[in-house]
Design a protein around this ligand. Structure first.
Ligand code: FUB
Length: 348
């Protein structure tokens, strides 16, 4: 069993990047709460972010440094609560922190904050990214061209299912097209919040979203689109009832050789899985499991290359003895076979 990477505090949803020769980890900062547990995730009531760095990923993790708070709810004019899983990117000689939070209407949006170094100081935009919604942003900057993309989405508490007409997979209101706003978004359907999602024979799953980021990194070049994930055996989209393989949350993109790997959590079946494509916009084809269920309900990760090895950063609830919303970040090496398939690792 690998030990927690960070032990003095609860951390989760680790987004890892190599910046300036070191690994920087941007996790959620879990905290104790009196909020009753529910399937909407209200107990995940985080209020700030810390950033961590390390020059070694092998135990005993002596070089892990907590750089302190880099953003708080009160630093974000549009946010009301729940700073969930963040990510960071480097472009234009600047660093960008992408984060979801509920706005003042209780709707999850995605914000961006910019700073001069991997540890900030970060200054948040006064409004969320126009056209953004749902949770779990993952930024990917194409190494060769600098083109940047933001992947996001999450079911149930993540509200992806509340934006029905936005998805080419979803039906719109009876007999007609949903009316879209200037960012391509339909009205938010609050009655679909919580543990709800499409189901039924031949209904395909809701897809995660991808948006091409503008060169400034503060807006989308065009409305977010579906990131289609196909079943290899049919070539058709993964079905909604296929809970072992359908996208739930925790989007992550990495590129190895010329292949794009989109990895994600299956939520209520608790797997980390991945799909591959030759384009960052897909379509992707489901390729297999990376990690079996861990201790705790959620599973969320990132994948990065450091020191000539590939690493899976993830979390479980070992540090709290199994309390779902008090998690701890871990790391372990992952290997690929000769065809570029990720070799599955065991749960703990
Ligand atoms: O940390 C809050 C939420 O739990 C994340 O946004 C999800 O991915 C899940 O890990």
């Amino acid at each position: 069993m690998s030990p927690p990477l960070i032990t003095h505090d609860y951390t989760a949803d680790p987004s890892a990047h190599v910046f300036e020769g070191k690994v920087y980890i941007y996790p959620s900062h879990d905290r104790e709460t009196d909020i009753e547990f529910n399937d909407n995730g209200d107990q995940y009531d985080m209020a700030d972010y810390h950033v961590f760095s390390t020059s070694s990923l092998d135990p005993p993790y002596d070089s892990v440094t907590d750089h302190g708070v880099i953003l708080r709810t009160e630093d974000v004019p549009w946010a009301s609560k729940q700073l969930w899983a963040p990510d960071a990117a480097h472009k234009n000689g600047r660093y960008y922190l992408f984060f979801p939070a509920r706005d003042k209407s209780n709707i999850f949006r995605i914000g961006v904050a910019e700073g001069p170094t991997p540890t900030g100081p970060f200054v948040a935009d006064p409004e969320p990214i126009p056209g953004s919604f749902s949770i779990d942003p993952a930024a990917f900057v194409e190494p060769d061209t600098g083109d940047a993309y933001l992947y996001f989405g999450g079911l149930w508490g993540g509200q992806l299912q509340c934006w029905k007409g936005n998805s080419s997979s979803a039906s719109t209101e009876k007999g007609g097209e949903a009316k879209l706003d200037e960012h391509g978004l339909p009205p938010f359907d609050a009655t679909l919040q919580g543990p709800q999602e499409p189901s039924g024979p031949n209904v395909h799953a809701l897809f995660p979203k991808v948006a091409h980021l503008a060169p400034s990194m503060h807006s989308f070049l065009s409305p977010a689109q579906d990131l289609v994930i196909l079943a290899p055996e049919t070539g058709a989209p993964i079905l909604a009832d296929d809970h072992d393989r359908r996208f739930f949350e925790a989007a992550w993109m990495h590129k190895r050789n010329s292949t794009y790997y989109f990895s994600y959590s299956t939520g209520d079946t608790h797997y980390l899985v991945y799909a591959t494509s030759k384009s960052p916009l897909g379509p992707f084809t489901y390729a297999g499991r990376i990690l079996e269920p861990v201790l705790g309900w959620t599973t969320h990760h990132s994948i990065a290359e450091f020191g000539g090895r590939w690493w899976l950063f993830h979390h479980d609830c070992e540090l709290s003895g199994g309390v779902n919303h008090l998690r701890c970040v871990k790391v372990r090496e992952i290997l690929y076979d000769d065809e570029g398939r990720i070799l599955p690792v065991e749960g703990e």
